[in-house]
Design a protein around this ligand. Structure first.
Ligand SMILES: [Cu+2]
Length: 348
């Protein structure tokens, strides 16, 4: 429902585009908080991203469904009727996100940035018999669609010369979606049952501190940029997704004034889930808080294009595709496959 509304707004804006100005001024579209503004400037943006996860890994090594159901114990086996081993195996997860953002510069040194995020997750899983021959029973899909996060940040300029700039970001992010989404699951008893979905299909309701340091260096028609960003849990409800550190470095090259290309490396290190929910107890890896977080490395290839708009304001369109280079996730998890980010920014 949210998604449809957001797309309508997006395409209305998109229809108004016409040409000209410089593309290299902003980082690849997947980097948020990459720039600040001059006093009184405003900007609105919308970003859409879709991420695919496919196949499983145990401590970073690929593992098959059969190996999972034969070797991985169900942590909830002591519950009556629960199978001794994991019996539901996620095979694919598709995450879609829409972020609507606004920026406003109070002065040349201080820019405020606000963001609203919508999320849609779809998970496909296989179910196997809980005991005896462990026969394959079928697959099923669960999903949720929700307003997920709201954040507010201050971007503070540290230094700026013709060649180089540095800025800080300090902000708060609040997770506002539901933490007891239910799904209809095919159980190892070959029945359908309404159950609280695993953590991956919930919002944790936590408040996080966002802190980041960003640098950008110009070398003629090249830009070298880097950003280190940390999300730290300040306050949680029952449980929270772990603290996350992201380090990103990119190289951009101008094709002409209005078009640039980029390559980016993104390293992410996330902690396991802290706490747990007593309602999440299905015989699936994603119901175990230990099977979250870890280290991943991705390569992003992207392009930015600038358009002119009513002479005084301008628009940018950015696209970035992230390929997974390395998955070293904690415990048993789905592997990252690829991510696509598409964004539109308009200066007012
Ligand atoms: Cu901006």
């Amino acid at each position: 429902m949210y998604m449809k509304f957001v797309f309508s707004v997006f395409f209305l804006l998109f229809l108004n585009l016409s040409f000209a100005a410089t593309a290299i001024g902003h980082a690849p579209i997947g980097v948020s908080g990459d720039h600040y503004h001059k006093s009184k400037e405003k900007m609105v943006s919308i970003r859409y991203s879709t991420m695919q996860m496919k196949g499983n890994s145990l401590h970073g090594n690929t593992i098959s469904d059969q190996e999972i159901i034969l070797s991985q114990a169900n942590p909830f086996a002591s519950m009556s009727g629960a199978p001794a081993n994991l019996s539901v195996v996620p095979t694919k997860m598709e995450m879609e996100m829409v972020m609507i953002g606004g920026m406003y510069a109070l002065s040349d040194n201080l820019t405020y940035m606000g963001m609203l995020m919508f999320m849609k997750n779809k998970m496909t899983s296989n179910t196997y018999k809980g005991a005896m021959d462990r026969a394959y029973l079928g697959n099923f899909q669960t999903s949720f669609d929700d307003l997920s996060n709201i954040s507010l940040s201050a971007l503070y300029k540290l230094t700026e010369t013709n060649k180089n700039r540095w800025h800080l970001e300090i902000g708060l992010d609040k997770s506002i979606g539901e933490n007891n989404n239910q799904g209809n699951m095919l159980t190892p008893m070959n029945t359908y049952m309404q159950m609280t979905m695993p953590y991956a299909m919930q919002m944790d309701g936590s408040t996080r501190l966002i802190s980041a340091l960003t640098n950008s260096t110009n070398l003629n028609d090249l830009v070298f940029g880097s950003q280190i960003k940390k999300y730290t849990v300040l306050k949680d409800k029952e449980w929270a997704f772990g603290d996350k550190l992201e380090i990103s470095s990119w190289l951009q090259k101008s094709y002409d004034e209005s078009l640039s290309f980029s390559a980016r490396l993104i390293f992410t290190d996330q902690q396991q889930i802290s706490g747990s929910s007593s309602k999440i107890r299905s015989p699936v890896q994603s119901a175990n808080p230990l099977n979250y977080g870890g280290r991943t490395l991705e390569l992003g290839l992207g392009a930015n294009k600038v358009f002119h708009f009513f002479n005084k304001s301008h628009s940018r369109v950015g696209i970035e595709i992230l390929y997974s280079l390395n998955n070293n996730k904690n415990g048993l998890q789905l592997k990252n496959d690829y991510k696509l980010i598409f964004g539109y920014q308009m200066s007012l």
